[in-house]
Design a protein around this ligand. Structure first.
Ligand code: 7TS
Length: 410
């Protein structure tokens, strides 16, 4: 089993040119996958092939190239629909990524459905992109923002969440998997409880999409946001899933070409879904590369991805816990392959710089979760985040690097 897995991993890693390089004279160990994953050749080549062979603007042209580009771009929508099991392809809105998807909901859903004294619930675990848009919406409308607390392990306090829910709650917007701590939230329970008071739910699936299969119909979420670049796809591309009935009622987010049906100086009518939310020329190459990433992940297979990442998480946790003076931050029972840690009283930045000298890429800082860091009474953490193409040998290298940092920092 182990031998077979090693063969698979080596074959998989050959697909990533970037992983073959040395950094500071050492083989690169890339453990910053939560920030962005690396890209396999099939994804890189899909961008090159698009520009070499079918580059053209989409949706409007009658000519050969435009039709080819439109077909390839729209195939990404169908692939994304299948990837999250949406009922209809019109429920897939292409965006720049999770941040834009959340802003779209805050603007288009918020300005239509959120009024003074309504309540929006988020959690202590949120990334800034799932905090600030709601703060702005609350400022503009007079709505109130409520925060689900966490316990010291980094798990949501579900009892407190239930107590926050009232008939005033219009939206619950929570992260599915925490980027800072790796906590996997009980998304289905959150959605059921929110629906019981008539609130809608947005799931920030930026960190869930690379680690676990997503089924929006089983989850029954109203909105879901994700970014292609965290799941082996290109930067600057992502989706907002929304239930068709809700999207139909929402106003456009940005205005311009593509999102209109007819424009006169007196009145403009809007295009049908999903184009209503897609003003302007999109990132066509990005969409095509996103489909290549989805096809690639499906080919690797979720059983393999989940098994491999679970083993890396367990092994990494066990090895890091052996280090005297190292404290893992975020010890939820249900965790994805993200390990945040502190080493003695050393600043995470200093640890990160020494590891970088050894060719090991981790992330240090608040990971765009300053309110979470405040709750934990820390400035930030060192964060190692694993993807299925990482290996236990790389974790051994990380452990050696941390021991060296410990010696150097005294
Ligand atoms: N939500 C979560 C949970 C995230 O982890 C991120 C990015 C975002 C939203 C924003 O995604 P974007 O693609 O629109 O930028 N997280 C991180 C990170 O952990 N380190 O760098 C980016």
């Amino acid at each position: 089993m182990i031998v077979e897995q090693n063969i698979n991993i080596e074959t998989i890693r050959k697909e990533y040119p970037i992983l073959q390089q040395k950094v500071n004279g050492r083989p690169l160990v890339y453990f910053d996958n939560a920030a962005t994953s690396q890209k396999p050749l099939v994804v890189i080549n899909s961008i090159k092939n698009y520009y070499n062979e079918i580059n053209s603007n989409v949706h409007r042209g009658v000519h050969h190239l435009s039709q080819k580009a439109t077909d390839a771009y729209e195939a990404a929508r169908t692939a994304a629909q299948a990837f999250i099991n949406a009922k209809s392809a019109v429920e897939i809105n292409f965006t720049k990524g999770t941040t834009e998807s959340i802003n779209l909901v805050a603007h288009s859903f918020g300005n239509k459905f959120i009024k003074e004294n309504d309540e929006i619930i988020i959690s202590t675990l949120e990334h800034h992109s799932n905090i600030v848009p709601w703060q702005i919406l609350c400022e503009n409308t007079g709505a109130k923002l409520k925060i689900i607390p966490i316990n010291d392990a980094g798990e949501l306090d579900m009892e407190a969440f239930e107590n926050l829910l009232t008939e005033k709650t219009k939206l619950v917007s929570v992260v599915y998997i925490s980027n800072s701590l790796g906590t996997i939230n009980p998304a289905k329970t959150i959605i059921e409880k929110a629906h019981s008071v008539g609130a809608k739910v947005l799931l920030d699936a930026a960190q869930a999409a690379p680690h676990t299969p997503i089924d929006v119909q089983t989850l029954d979420c109203d909105f879901l946001a994700l970014s292609a670049h965290k799941m082996c796809g290109p930067t600057g591309f992502g989706i907002l899933y929304g239930k068709e009935t809700l999207l139909e009622q929402m106003l456009p987010y940005q205005a311009g070409g593509e999102m209109i049906k007819e424009v006169t100086f007196e009145k403009t009518t809007y295009n049908t879904l999903p184009f209503k939310f897609e003003a302007g020329t999109p990132d066509i190459a990005g969409g095509i590369a996103f489909k290549a990433a989805i096809d690639y992940l499906n080919e690797i297979g979720w059983d393999f991805i989940e098994q491999q990442e679970k083993e890396l998480l367990n092994y990494g946790t066990q090895r890091l816990e052996e280090i005297d003076g190292l404290k893992i931050v975020g010890t939820a029972k249900n965790k994805a392959s993200v390990i945040s840690f502190l080493l003695d009283n050393h600043h995470p930045y200093d640890v990160g710089v020494i590891l970088d000298q050894l060719g090991i890429a981790i992330r240090t800082g608040h990971h765009c979760c300053q309110p979470l860091m405040n709750r934990l009474n820390i400035e930030g953490t060192c964060r190692a985040s694993f993807a299925f193409y990482n290996t236990k040998e790389e974790i051994d290298t990380l452990v050696d690097g941390i021991l060296r940092a410990k010696r150097m920092l005294g």
